[in-house]
Write a protein that binds this ligand. Structure first.
Ligand code: PLP
Length: 387
């Protein structure tokens, strides 16, 4: 295979989004052709067929999560699910500011929702610190619970450094103390087993476009379906049938391909890490190396600013400096700041993530491209200093 046979750019940004699986596209196109009815029009067959397709997809998503079908509500995204989950979790308890614990490395969707609730006087936030690996200590969870909290918000895995959190242990502690839990499993779905977590948490969030489904569709698992759920979700408009069928199909394939994909992505990620480390000996691998997502590689190349690497490589490979945010603005990563990484590691930080369709040839091309760029940048910097 020559480099001209490779996709352009080679896609290594699966934390930001995954390409939709062609099998999912087929299912969605078929649904768009077949399901002309409105799922809310239960008076006729066309409506009932569309409603059945929505319910089948709900069952598939429930199977991925490990919960009852009725506990799954479709949302516009994980961000939407986070806002709705928080609204339901905090509903009814008016008259006092509730105390919500969260790590400083949560996704901006969680951080901004919590900040809004704080600004409106609804909550106080109890921050859980992370260490240099982006990991939390279970003792910090214990202290937060001892201080008194009403809700614990925790991601299963981090979207920048790929660190996997001790969510089951955290939920166990919360359960014993009567604290409710909201788990952001957006990066974990299709990569980690959600079932043990879903069996015990109160709310769990996933997003279709992170596991090869369509963009613009997410799901919220709600353990107890009280009146606040009905208030938020009833009359929520006509369901997006094709997108719902799409997330259902993506969930089915994620379950079926789980082990095979984990083996493939960890092999490719390790090949990428080994190739880059061999050619760039001062390269640092960030995050919790013993506890990270199988497709995730977060590195820093000291002395090589990440924006300079992206400027040289962006037309050949799709990698990133951190979280893709709605504004597209290049802010210093709040995750790396919370990890207290030294400035030279923050400046040289790059997030790479492989996927279901990544090939060995693409990995080798990415290694060559990044190494070439890093060496050229180092050389240009040394020249400038020498002048
Ligand atoms: N939570 C995490 C951990 C994420 O990685 C993301 C997206 O990057 C989100 C939430 C938001 O997902 P969505 O794009 O579906 O709103």
């Amino acid at each position: 295979m020559t480099t001209s046979d490779l996709p352009s750019p080679v896609y290594l940004d699966h934390h930001a989004t995954t390409p939709i699986d062609p099998r999912v596209i087929e299912v969605m196109v078929d649904a768009m052709r077949r399901h002309i009815g409105n799922p809310n029009s239960v008076e006729h067959g066309a409506g009932r067929a569309a409603a059945a397709a929505v319910e089948a997809a709900r069952a598939d998503v429930a199977d991925l999560i490990g919960c009852e079908r009725d506990q799954v509500r479709f949302t516009g995204s994980a961000s939407d699910a986070i806002r709705k989950g928080l609204a339901i979790a905090l509903a009814g308890e008016y008259g006092r500011r509730l105390r919500v614990a969260a790590t400083a490395v949560e996704h901006p969707a969680m951080l901004s929702s919590l900040a809004d609730l704080q600004a409106n006087g609804r909550i106080d936030i109890v921050w859980l610190p992370v260490d240099q690996k982006g990991q939390i200590a279970i003792d910090m969870v214990k202290s937060a619970i001892a201080e008194g909290i009403d809700l614990m918000c925790l991601m299963m895995a981090n979207n920048e450094v790929g660190t996997i959190y001790p969510v089951e242990a955290t939920i166990g502690l919360c359960l014993r103390a009567g604290v409710r839990t909201l788990v952001d499993a957006t990066q974990a779905a299709g990569r980690l087993d959600l079932h043990p977590v879903a069996a015990t948490c109160d709310f769990l969030i996933v997003s279709g476009h992170k596991f090869y489904g369509p963009k613009g569709i997410g799901a919220l698992m709600i353990r107890e379906l009280g009146p606040d759920v009905a208030a938020l979700f009833d009359h929520a408009g006509t369901p997006a049938v094709a997108a719902i069928v799409g997330i259902g199909a993506a969930a089915r394939f994620a379950v079926a391909d789980f082990e095979q994909e984990r083996l493939l992505t960890s092999r490719l990620r390790d090949r990428l890490q080994a190739g880059l480390s061999a050619a760039l000996p001062d390269l640092v691998v960030n995050g919790d190396i013993d506890n990270r997502l199988s497709h995730s590689l977060h590195i820093s190349i000291p002395g090589v600013p990440n924006d300079a690497v992206l400027a040289r490589t962006g037309h050949k490979i799709a990698i990133s400096t951190g979280a893709a945010c709605a504004s597209g603005a290049q802010e210093p990563s709040h995750v790396l700041r919370a990890m207290a990484l030294p400035e030279h590691l923050v400046e040289g930080a790059l997030r790479l993530s492989v996927g279901r369709f990544t090939t060995d040839a693409e990995i080798d091309f990415a290694i060559e491209t990044i190494v070439e760029a890093a060496n050229a940048i180092k050389y240009a910097r040394e020249e400038t200093i020498a002048c």
